[in-house]
Design a protein around this ligand. Structure first.
Ligand code: M6R
Length: 368
């Protein structure tokens, strides 16, 4: 049931605070340590891991890209992220100390399933991050972290993606705890921050009308670009995928630093560019993003900036602004993707498309 919403997708977008809270439930022991019940891989096995490969498709792949930033930062284990459909065909280097992480909302994606079968034949350990209890991918894995998004019906993944991010952060922190690469205090501080995320996502949802109004202004556009850096880069890719899938619009996401290496040639008068601005005060990331935004605007782009509350440095270069709660850069995807989901849903609705059943797409892709 759609509970009064026009689409399952919109309902699922608004369910995200609850889905996040459910996915965080019961993850701490009474003494404050992180626990992952269905992990099944022993601490000894995890301590031996010296390389990780994340495999997934579509939106789940973009969750994997965010995971790489978090896992490498907190654990210092090198992480590769690979499209499931490409994985087997490049003769990947897999050993017993490689942990392969398969991210799949449905647990039935054929490309991802074939990839984990390949990894297990090479005797690597496989961990699934999955939203569907008892589905094939977790059944064929050595361990699993279930997300608790509840059933996702809209073909375009929304709450599935956000809860995958939560599972990835928890995995990263768990590995840091087991490997001792981070102190307990720091780990519980990040878990505290994660526990604030359902509230932050709710804040973004409370301002949905602003995003809808912006979307309505762009219904006639033929192309939309998305720019991000660091953890905001995969968010740009995900924002573009959402628009392609349900609004059938040409949309592309770029790493802002790559602009001058080619994509800036695409900029023309009035082209909407959604820019995900990293939080202030970390390296030069924020300032470099601003200069990227200046560059596209100087060439006629219409800049729609997603920036944290209180960040006024961006105001002179923003044709429109969407405010995000103040959160650490690694967790920013959780709040930054939400306006992009709302934007795509609103444009697709205005164009008269079937948002829940976009043309040519299936909810789970069980053929290779
Ligand atoms: O069920 P999975 O997470 O394995 O599905 C992977 C992709 O097919 C899926 O994310 C697809 O890209 C969605 N339609 C995205 O909205």
């Amino acid at each position: 049931e759609k509970d009064g919403y026009d689409w399952f997708m919109r309902k699922e977008i608004f369910e995200q605070p609850r889905a996040l809270a459910d996915s965080l439930l019961g993850r701490r022991t009474p003494t404050g340590e992180l626990q992952l019940d269905e992990m099944r891989l022993s601490d000894d096995e995890l301590r031996d891991i010296d390389k990780m490969i994340i495999i997934a498709a579509g939106t789940s792949f973009y969750a994997g890209m965010v995971a790489k930033y978090a896992i490498e930062h907190w654990t210092r284990i090198p992480v590769e992220v690979e499209l499931a459909s490409e994985f087997r065909y490049r003769d990947p280097i897999l050993t017993q100390s490689t942990l392969v992480v398969a991210i799949s909302q449905s647990g039935e994606t054929a490309d991802t399933l074939q990839a984990i079968r390949h990894a297990r034949v090479q005797r690597s350990k496989v961990l699934a991050i999955c939203n569907t209890n008892g589905s094939t991918i977790p059944r064929e894995s050595d361990g699993v972290i279930y997300t608790h998004a509840g059933p996702e019906i809209g073909v375009a993944s929304t709450k599935g993606y956000l809860t995958q991010l939560i599972a990835c952060y928890l995995l990263a922190l768990y590995l840091a705890q087991v490997k001792g690469t981070r102190y307990g205090d720091e780990i519980s501080q990040v878990i505290d921050q994660l526990e604030e995320m359902p509230g932050h996502v709710q804040t973004v949802l409370d301002r949905a009308d602003q995003v809808y109004a912006l979307a309505q202004e762009h219904v006639g556009t033929r192309s939309v670009l998305f720019l991000g850096r660091h953890a905001g880069y995969p968010v740009a890719l995900e924002g573009a995928l959402k628009l392609k899938e349900i609004a059938y619009l040409h949309a592309e996401g770029f790493a802002a630093g790559e602009l001058k290496h080619g994509p800036i040639a695409l900029i023309e008068d009035g082209l909407p560019v959604l820019c995900i601005v990293p939080p202030r005060g970390r390296d030069q990331l924020h300032d470099k993003m601003i200069s990227g935004i200046q560059e596209v605007r100087a060439r006629g782009a219409r800049t729609i900036c997603l920036a944290e509350e209180g960040d006024d440095s961006i105001t002179p270069y923003a044709d429109a602004m969407i405010r995000l709660p103040n959160v650490p850069v690694l967790l920013q995807p959780l709040v930054a993707v939400v306006p992009l989901q709302l934007f795509a849903c609103e444009i697709a609705t205005a164009l008269g498309h079937d948002v829940d059943q976009p043309r040519n797409l299936a909810k789970s892709v069980t053929v290779e």
